[in-house]
Design a protein around this ligand. Structure first.
Ligand code: ADP
Ligand code: X2W
Length: 286
């Protein structure tokens, strides 16, 4: 069962965590319902703002796949996914960039600014922060789907050092000027690894990793790296959870100490994770 923030969550309980994470980078993959529902959206923005105000350095990587799908349907195009990745033809990559780097990215920045926070929205193209190459899925070309080749963290670090919250859209280009649509989970993982983040938190639309997605009580609260392959092979983990769990594993291997998958539908799930000892969602373990 998802735990909720209540009055027992006091400053006294939060204080050790505030000290522990002071000046530390926490990368948040923001997606799912927490990006669609207006009330949840504002609540997440306020939670991240609070993290910033107490001395944490949050970096936001956002998704918005649902907004791309909405736009595709408007122009009569059926969204198509293979292994959780969007099949991205010429027209789709143009729409993906317009939606992610445009309305979604700037919408999030605007909400931070309304909270009095300094935020800057970029995509992987800005400052060549992300250089991508084509990703093949089981050897198959599914269009302009990117795989991260290099992260150049200079711009992101400069923004952090200058007290901005970087808000990053999962769009990048290669040396030949091609644009790529990258699953935001990979971007969050790669940026967390490159920045040697203290925590990487994925906000999604389920309680965490479940043994059975239809059974809310089947949450797996801790997963060890060596268990992941089994869960994928036995089809416990399928679809969009595959890229997420793979990124989690890679980030742990690259030294990010806390990697969590949280239910973004639960108000203040971020605060519960960062500032309390009530572990929620799924935590990845080395
Ligand atoms: N074992 C599992 N536990 C939880 N969710 C799973 C599992 N296997 C597959 N999923 C699916 O993965 C989805 C989350 O991935 P995705 O839709 O890509 O999320 P997001 O949009 O937040 O990146 C869940 O909504 C669920 O349908
Ligand atoms: C290649 C690929 O699948 N890209 C994703 C990028 C957006 C994303 O990752 O959004 P969510 O986190 O909301 O799923 C897409 O086109 O949907």
């Amino acid at each position: 069962m998802a735990k909720h923030l209540n009055k027992a969550t006091t400053l006294v309980e939060a204080l050790p965590y505030i000290q522990k994470f002071n000046n530390k980078v926490i990368v948040i993959k923001y997606g799912g319902s927490a990006m669609i529902d207006e009330k949840l959206k504002l609540s997440v923005i306020k939670d991240i703002s609070l993290m910033k105000l107490v001395g944490i350095k949050p970096v936001v990587v956002h998704g918005g796949g649902n907004k791309i799908s909405e736009m595709l349907l408007k122009i009569g195009k059926e969204p198509k996914f293979i292994q959780g990745l969007r099949v991205t033809d010429d027209e789709t990559v143009e729409i993906a960039e317009m939606v992610l780097s445009g309305s979604v990215n700037k919408g999030i920045v605007q909400l931070f600014e309304q909270q009095g926070m300094k935020a800057v929205g970029i995509s992987g193209k800005d400052g060549k922060s992300i250089i991508a190459k084509k990703k093949l899925v089981d050897g198959e070309d599914i269009g302009w789907v990117g795989q991260i080749d290099t992260i150049n963290p200079e711009l992101i670090r400069a923004l952090i050092d200058d007290d901005f919250i970087p808000v990053i859209a999962p769009i990048a280009c290669d040396e030949d000027n091609n644009t790529y649509n990258i699953n935001a989970d990979y971007v969050a993982g790669a940026i967390a690894s490159e920045l040697k983040a203290e925590k990487l938190i994925y906000m999604t639309d389920v309680e965490g990793v479940m043994k059975d997605v239809n059974d809310r009580e089947s949450l797996i609260s801790k997963i060890k790296l060596n268990e992941i392959q089994n869960y994928i092979e036995s089809k416990v983990i399928v679809g969009g959870m595959i890229p997420k769990i793979e990124c989690c594993a890679e980030s742990i291997e690259k030294g990010v100490s806390g990697v969590h998958i949280l239910d973004g539908r639960v108000e203040h799930s971020l605060i519960l994770e960062v500032f309390t000892n009530s572990g929620i969602g799924t935590m990845l373990m080395p």
